[in-house]
Design a protein around this ligand. Structure first.
Ligand code: ATP
Ligand code: NCN
Length: 245
């Protein structure tokens, strides 16, 4: 039987702030992919969006990254990567995927597993059987944003889904991803590259609701990691007065 394909999950977003649901997405995706026997998830990357992605109430990437780092203290396999947020301007998600694919390939080629045949090492790294592949991890709302006119480039969607693949977590109040895929020719064409993972424990956790609770001085305990809550308090993030500015 063929060895499972190694996979690294990349999740791009605002993380404003990071919630427990962001962390749970990775766990759900890893469970689901590993259970297929075709994949083995070997890593997870959280890439907070650049400050230039102007969204109302987006706090600085420095704060968002620090909160992610604090939240990830409880994970031994999900890592923060600040490359995207450190670029001079906002970048399309396809470019972020490409950057991480190239980083994984150069790390693999610099240090291939001992059982990789020498010939394979010299070939384009994509050919190496042990080379981890990167997939985009997202919620159903991000998938449905593909249909927002002018938001994503058609060729980017095609490359993301065709070349990389998507792991999509169902989300309360978001479209049913199966219906959404059916409505799209390009997503239907690459259906085998889209893994839908059902979150059976329905919840409505979102960064928007966390910010709203904070602006009303309501507790967010058990929805966000404790060190993140401490950091938000210390830096007075998302209070009514700062959000109004
Ligand atoms: N509760 C959730 N269920 C499924 N996916 C989620 C959930 N929360 C966030 N995600 C996904 O995590 C990724 C990054 O999300 P993002 O930082 O935009 O969080 P958000 O809660 O959607 O933010 P906001 O409320 O500020 O728009 C996106 O792909 C989003 O769909
Ligand atoms: O690549 C694109 O064209 C593109 C268009 C719209 C949004 N994105 C990315 O999708 C993510 C959306 O995050 P959010 O918080 O707005 O849900 C963020 O990482 C953006 O950079 C990417």
């Amino acid at each position: 039987m063929a060895l499972p394909q190694k996979v690294v999950l990349l999740c791009c977003g605002s993380f404003n702030p990071i919630t427990n649901m962001h962390l749970r997405m990775f766990e759900l995706a890893r469970d689901a992919l590993d259970a297929t026997g075709r994949y083995k998830v070997v890593g997870g990357i959280i890439s907070p969006v650049n400050d230039a992605y102007t969204k109302p109430s987006l706090v600085s990437a420095k704060h968002r990254s620090t909160m992610i780092r604090l939240a990830l203290q409880t994970s031994d396999w999900i890592k923060l990567d600040t490359w995207e947020s450190e670029q001079e301007s906002w970048l399309e998600t396809l470019k972020v995927l490409k950057h991480h694919r190239e980083s994984i390939e150069s790390a693999f080629n610099a240090n291939p597993p001992p059982d990789t045949p020498t010939k394979k090492r010299k070939l384009n790294s994509n050919m190496s059987p042990g080379m981890p592949r990167i997939k985009l991890l997202c919620g159903a709302d991000l998938l449905s944003s593909f249909a927002e006119p002018g938001l994503w480039k058609d060729q980017d969607i095609e490359e993301i889904v065709g070349k990389y693949g998507i792991v999509c977590i169902t989300r309360a109040n978001a479209v049913n991803p199966e219906n959404f895929i059916y409505d799209s020719d390009v997503l239907t064409l690459h259906r085998e590259n889209i893994h839908i993972v059902t979150e059976w424990i329905h919840n409505e956790i979102s960064s928007t609701k966390i910010r709203r609770a904070l602006s009303r001085s309501k507790s967010i305990k058990y929805l966000v990691q404790d060190p993140v809550i401490e950091y938000i308090k210390e830096n007075r993030l998302y209070s009514k007065s700062t959000l109004d500015k």
